[in-house]
Design a protein around this ligand. Structure first.
Ligand code: ADP
Length: 291
């Protein structure tokens, strides 16, 4: 257990708000970290804990949240502070009361605005994580090169070490042919959430969509849209509203498989099981597109 008084003292210092007689109560929901609500004096914070060697992961999360907040496009919880206490690392965030409904249309409009924030390169100024897997973001000028080396190639290497070596044979062919998917599609480096599945989006009590728990970098905006379709859960209005603001390019449905392949291999690397055969089928289907 961490020393809560140390965490509370840091929250008070960073926020400038008092937090007398605070309580820390565990809440469920997180897939990677243990989550708590810390409150007192009418102030409330959402605190995530993990082992102290993962401090870097929380530092990257705080920077990713701030990067998205700087776009002024969509509601994102403010990071308050992060650090270590005993054997634990922690991050404290602004607490957001969820429970509203009907945020799908706004989410579509606002995500398109987030994606209009661009950078000079694909990647980011630092590494972060996707789930708990490291995610390299080395700035790169060519999107296909970035996706080949730092997304597919990186996960395929990990899969090889995790018992999925046979993915590599077709995976290498796919990487060699990757340019074929970008003959008529030249994305700009858009600010991405990076891990936009249904569990990382919610609606606050005023009906505002909120996105959190990012794996931020600058990349093809279609990668964010593709992930919303991987596990479902995003309303139809979300897609129509997004397309009204910034229509997707032709050929998205093929690239969707290419982008979700990254997450499926990552799921194999994190959880094993049937994700391996799913990744294998996706690679087969992508190769058949370019033969
Ligand atoms: P993990 O990093 O462990 O996956 P998440 O950041 O996804 O954890 O948070 C887990 C759950 O906690 C979310 O699904 C959401 O319901 C809730 N949550 C996340 N951030 C906040 C916040 N700032 N305020 C209130 N609840 C939050």
């Amino acid at each position: 257990m961490p020393d809560w008084s140390e965490i509370v003292a840091n929250i008070v210092k960073a926020s400038g708000e008092p937090l007398d007689t605070p309580t820390a109560r565990p809440v469920g929901g997180g897939s990677i970290n243990q989550a708590y609500v810390v409150e007192g004096d009418g102030h409330r914070y959402f605190v995530k804990l993990n082992r102290n060697h993962l401090l870097d992961m929380f530092e990257a999360e705080a920077e990713g949240l701030n990067e998205m907040r700087s776009a002024n496009a969509i509601k994102v919880p403010a990071p308050i502070c992060y650090g270590t206490s005993g054997s634990e690392a922690y991050i404290a965030l602004e607490y957001i009361a969820f429970g509203g409904s009907g945020g799908g249309q706004k989410l579509g409009e606002q995500l398109a605005v987030l994606h209009k924030k661009t950078w000079d390169h694909f990647g980011w100024h630092r590494e972060n994580t996707i789930g708990s897997t490291p995610q390299p973001n080395t700035p790169t000028d060519n999107w296909a090169d970035f996706y080949r080396q730092y997304r597919l190639g990186f996960q395929l290497e990990l899969a090889t070490r995790n018992g999925g070596a046979h993915l590599m044979r077709n995976g290498e062919r796919l990487m060699a042919e990757l340019d074929a998917f970008f003959a008529d599609h030249h994305p700009v480096p858009s600010l991405l959430h990076g891990d936009l599945w249904g569990g990382n989006y919610s609606t606050d009590q005023d009906g505002n969509p909120v996105i959190f728990d990012p794996a931020t970098y600058y990349g093809d905006r279609e990668a964010d849209i593709a992930m919303t379709e991987l596990f479902g859960g995003f309303p139809r209005e979300f897609y129509s509203a997004y397309n009204e603001v910034w229509p997707l390019d032709e050929g998205y449905s093929t690239r969707k498989t290419l982008y979700n392949l990254y997450h499926v291999i990552n799921h194999f690397n994190l959880f094993g099981g049937g994700y391996l055969s799913q990744a294998d089928r996706m690679i087969g289907s992508l190769l058949s597109e370019i033969r």
